[in-house]
Design a protein around this ligand. Structure first.
Ligand SMILES: [Zn+2]
Length: 155
């Protein structure tokens, strides 16, 4: 099985998610400068989704998992009313491990990582990324367990 190019995965994911408004896809350097322009914190990012421009930016073209993750955010945005996902332009910057735990515990992130894992398993042989997303899914649940305690510590 020859690995598919990222833009083939893009088309496939958009179809599977039945996206009405296909997001604009930026890759490589273009994606990198787009993310830099819009980011609020120093958290390293492989990709991003901006709902107000409906843009998915993926820096490394080998990162199918990141593509599936960010495309899932586009899906969440399309179904935000029905599924109760909140999107806001003034999201909090992530400056420390506590912020990161709260962020990783969010339903949006857990759903996007779970989708990326399923997509990788059923559509690729990208074992390293599959393992990485198994870890991300587990991390999401662990953060979900930790989040209530962090809120208590902060106040
Ligand atoms: Zn995300």
């Amino acid at each position: 099985m020859k690995p598919l190019k990222l833009n083939k995965h893009y088309t496939r994911i958009a179809k599977k998610l039945k996206l009405k408004a296909k997001p604009r896809l930026l890759l490589g350097d273009e994606a990198s400068s787009y993310i830099k322009k819009h980011k609020k914190d120093e958290k390293p990012q492989n990709g991003g989704y901006l709902f107000w421009t409906n843009t998915v930016a993926i820096i490394n073209k080998k990162r199918i998992g990141t593509l599936a993750h960010e495309m899932r955010h586009a899906y969440q945005y399309e179904h935000r009313m029905r599924k109760g996902y909140e999107f806001s332009r003034d999201t909090k910057a992530i400056n420390n491990r506590c912020d990161e735990i709260i962020y990783l515990a969010s339903r949006k992130e857990r759903d996007a990582n779970w989708y990326a894992l399923r997509y990788l398993i059923f559509n690729t042989l990208a074992y390293k990324q599959i393992i990485e997303y198994i870890y991300k899914v587990l991390e999401g649940y662990i953060c979900l367990l930790l989040a209530p305690f962090i809120k208590k510590i902060k106040y």
